[in-house]
Every structure is written in C-alpha cells, then in structure tokens.
Design a protein around this ligand. Structure first.
Ligand code: SER
Length: 328
C-alpha cells in the first residue's frame, strides 16, 4: 500500500486532455506532447480532431459526462493529471441552457471526484471572464468582486469555481484554474463563443477583404492570443502547490480591444479592409462582461507574463492564416 502510494507520487507525469479537439484543447495537446513526449499525453474527445492532432499521439473517444469511460482511460494509461477542456460556451449555452449546465457541471464533478478518490493527482479546469456580470466593475475588474453572471455559461463557470475551491479545502484536491478571456487562434476555430468575432474577422479579412461584425462598435472585451493562453495554462500547472494561493480561479489578461480597433490594426496589413456592424443576441452577453481585467494576482503568485499585444497577435494571425490558406 505504502509502496503503491510512493510509486504514484514519483510516477512519470501522464496527462489526459478531455476536450482535446476543441479550440484550446488542440493546441494544448500539441504543446504538452512537445514537452512531455507524445505517449505521455492522451487526447480524448467525443469526436475526432484535425489531422495534426490525430497524428500527433494517442487518442481515446470519451464522453466527458461518462465517469466510467474516463476512469477506464485513466487506469489504462496510469494518468496522473487531467485537463478538462470540454465545455459549451456562452452563445451556444443560451440556445441549449439545460445541456450547457449538464455538460459544464457534470464533467467537472466527474473529474473532481476522480481526484478526490485519489485516481489522479492534479486537475486543470478553465473558468472564464463570463463569471462576471452586469453589476461587476467593468474596468480593471479585480480578482475578488461582485459576480452576478447572466448567462448559463457564466453561471456554470461561477458554480464550478466554488466547487473547485470546495474540493481543495475539503478534500485537498489539487485543482488549478484560470479565468480565460476571449482566446484568439488560427489552428482550430472556436465554437459558440461571444468573443469568436475576433477570430472570424481575420479569416474574412484575408478571404473577402471585409467583415460584418456581430458585436457593435465600442464593445471592448478582454482577449488573449492562444500562445499566451497555452503558456499560462502550463505555467499554473507547473507552479509549486504553495504558490497557488487562489483555488477558485485566477483572473488572467493580456489585452483589450473593440471591433474597430482590431479592424484598424488589420488595415495596417490589408489597407482596403472594411468592417460593418450588425449586432445580434451576443451583444447582450458582451455588454454584461468586463472591458478589462486586473490579473495582478496571477503575476505575483506564479509569475504570469503575457507576450502578445494586438499588434503582435495580428501580424502572427494574418501570416499564419495566409500560409494555411496557401496550402489548401
Ligand atoms: N470565449 C468565451 C465565450 O465567448 C468566453 O469565455 O463564450
């Protein structure tokens, strides 16, 4: 028994990523495979991912709501850490509130309970700026503040944060979490989020030279380039447990911009680019979220630093997407 425990603690890191085929999951899996070796990082999702992901290492078909299928993969590969990246985002969540609540909450309970039962040692679970609501201070939103989220997604993330902290305090579960802003990337498309316009705009700029934005002029939201999001995720998971002083979820930030500011930046590369505005139901969601985030706790506690601002990100996005479209 003691030997088993010692083995468990000194065992090589073996990682399971649930939701590995999504926007963040794909790039997280690729990066973790680069760092830890492809056979130490198991990708799992309900559907298969893109070719690069599927060819980069082992894949298991898992429904995040099925505790026993997660457990059998954990046992098969002697998994020590789980990153739970499966979730229904804000815009889709408003169309399917019951499903969003079920997926976002029960997948988390499955993983937290596996950690509580000692089957895994560490958990990463993403939260979001959606935990904030219309009554939250909008500029430089503090770590601790009023949180009255108005979307199903936001309610599920806020409840999830409470449960993470509860499992840490009550059962000693080593769970770590970040409140991601809108994540911008070129490898895999986002799906069903309110911040997705800031990805679509780059594709449309290259393919059509114009973009019709579903968020109005002046809608400023916190955003981050994928490289920074992956860096932050790996950094918080590598931090010493005593440096993780917040067990609900850390505010995390890099930049904030409006649709017209991103359009202006795109025009420095594509001068004829045009933007128009026709907002839909996502405008209400965006209006309920912060405009900028104070992430000083992440910077102080475990040394978070972002690398990409709007200019650097736009250059990288347009170059990468251009190369991708040339290949097709
Ligand atoms: N990008 C997410 C969304 O728009 C926010 O966490 O739903």
């Amino acid at each position: 028994m003691i030997n088993d425990k010692i083995n468990f603690y000194f065992m090589k890191k073996s990682i399971l990523i649930i939701g590995a085929c999504g926007q963040i999951g794909t790039e997280l899996t690729l990066k973790l495979r680069e760092i830890n070796g492809k056979n130490s990082v198991i990708a799992a999702d309900i559907r298969e991912g893109n070719e690069e992901l599927m060819q980069s290492g082992p894949f298991e078909s898992i429904n995040a709501l099925d505790y026993h299928s997660i457990l059998s993969v954990i046992e098969k590969y002697a998994i020590t850490e789980v990153y739970l990246m499966a979730a229904m985002l804000s815009a889709t969540g408003e169309k399917f509130p019951d499903k969003a609540w079920e997926l976002n909450m029960n997948s988390l309970f499955n993983v937290l309970n596996l950690a509580k039962e000692g089957k895994i040692k560490k958990v990463f679970w993403p939260s979001s700026i959606a935990v904030f609501g219309p009554t939250t201070p909008k500029e430089n939103t503090p770590q601790e503040t009023i949180m009255e989220p108005s979307t199903v997604y936001g309610i599920s993330k806020q409840a999830g944060e409470r449960w993470c902290e509860y499992y840490f305090n009550k059962y000693g579960v080593d769970v770590r979490s970040l409140r991601y802003p809108g994540i911008i990337s070129w490898k895999t498309n986002p799906g069903g989020g309110t911040t997705d316009y800031a990805v679509e705009i780059y594709h449309n700029a290259l393919l059509l030279g114009k973009y019709d934005s579903f968020l109005n002029k002046g809608t400023k939201l916190p955003m981050m380039y994928m490289d920074d999001a992956i860096d932050a995720t790996i950094k918080i998971m590598d931090a010493k447990p005593e440096d993780i002083k917040i067990r609900s979820s850390y505010n995390l930030a890099a930049m904030s911009f409006t649709p017209e500011e991103i359009a202006e930046e795109i025009r420095t590369f594509i001068p004829e680019f045009e933007i128009s505005y026709h907002s839909d139901f996502r405008q209400n969601i965006a209006d309920s979220w912060p405009r900028s985030i104070d992430d000083s706790r992440a910077r102080e506690d475990w040394g978070w630093k972002h690398k990409f601002d709007l200019k650097k990100m736009s250059k990288n996005m347009l170059n990468s997407l251009h190369a991708k479209y040339e290949e097709l």
